[in-house]
Design a protein around this ligand. Sequence first.
Ligand SMILES: [Zn+2]
Length: 538
Amino acid sequence: MHCLRSSRASTLQDLMSAGVVVATSVVLESNSFRRQVCAGYEKESQTVANSILRTVGFASLVFCSTQSIAQQNPQPPAPTPVTVTEVEVKAAKPDPQIAEALKQISPEHIQATIEKLVTFKNRNTLSSNDQEMISQGLGVTAAAKWIQEELERYGQACGGCLQVKTDSFTQPVATRVPTPTPLTNVYAVLPGSDPENAKRIYLVTGHYDSRNSDTLNTKDAAPGANDDASGTAVSLECARVLSKYKFPATLIFLTVAGEEQGLDGAKHFAQMARQEGWEIQSVLNNDIVGGNTTPGELQRKDTVRVFSEGIPASAKPEEVTRIRNLGGENDSPSRELARYIRDTAETYLPQFPSTLIFRRDRFLRGGDHTAFNEEGFAGVRFTEYREDFNHQHQNVRTENGIEYGDVLKFVDFGYVGKVARMNAATLASLALAPAPPANVRIDTRGLTNNTTLTWEPSPGGLATEYEILWRDADQPYWQHAMRVPAGTASITLPISKDNVIFAMRALDTKGHASLPVVPRPSGRIDVPARTAAASSGM
Ligand SMILES: [Zn+2]
């Protein structure tokens, strides 16, 4: 055995042989010998040119670095794992109050909202500069005014519980914005009833602007009944119904413009929210939720798609590295929100399940949830199961017997009502639930087939229990659950974190569940590179 400690590693040949020795044999050596190798190697390596190091010393360096870290952070005594006692994964029992609220979601009211929005003829965002349209009470400006008045009416009905606001700005010139254009987002805030929990915000949105075949046209019919009066109606209907109730956390009912010009309204709102430090924990974007009804089309009316990003759009490079190394591609906050929606639909709408699509959006298309994702907020998109592109972004006309245009008759108001119920159930469940446990960590300070999770209390004081969730790494949905009392701050389970994905959520006495949080590693998170791991026998 060649010993590095006694060698002068000053020649390429010596270093190569040293590297080979370390890379191939060192895992067989005793701990004391490893320490000798490393001490010697680190001392010697200071005298060696970096270029030579990079050439032959990489595997050895990695080995020694990892050993040095281990020496600086000696492993704590291994905690004894507890016996796993599982409960049913479905945490949320139906809450009678939420069930009652859902009954008040009215397809007739949704129909009235969509019909009203269509009367503005063309809600193209650029019509805010079209004085002729404005003078006739048409276009996007008149639509915004009507939405604001409608929200104020809901606010009056609940004794002033809603704060109705606008976010107005001038959109600068861009690809689909030929001149500076006034743009207004209209929204209502239902402040949380508990000061501490009111910091948490759950938001529903749809875009009220529309377009026809020409994205710059502000005069010809652009009814946008499905895209996206339907989504706007979902947001308004949630406001109308949920404003009759009280929730510890805050709800925002948003309608934006500028979507068709480049997500302009949502981008402005999301940036404002980030800059002002709003804790928006979920964004539900409804866009094209009309359940398009075209004879002969293979539409499905028994489900709605929920799109969610895998790797967060806002993830910094080091976070992407962590996600890649630990297999976190299927567990972004947006993906956990999508799973939450699926569970909520199972509880409250068993006849109308969600269909989760594990991608950010459809091919060639985008939506306002992405504007929120890019500012670091979890957000998903609801869209009907199968779109009819003859009825989106088209001038209203008939050609060769085919009807084009996004007109009222292709919208199924009962379907929009079901989507609105799914949104309202999700918003209500989240706003009634405790905050997720804080700072959830998975112990990665040493090699073990057990898993230790640690956490800090759910802020806001609503949690009475925590729940550990896990699923096999190749499975899409949570399979297992185990509860622990609120006073606890750690648990060790005889389950290998290499084989499953873990998460934690907080529960209250009524079974309202927070969003699940996937733990972050508490120790050394990554081997520096795949080759290094292989070379050092890890
Ligand atoms: Zn749209």
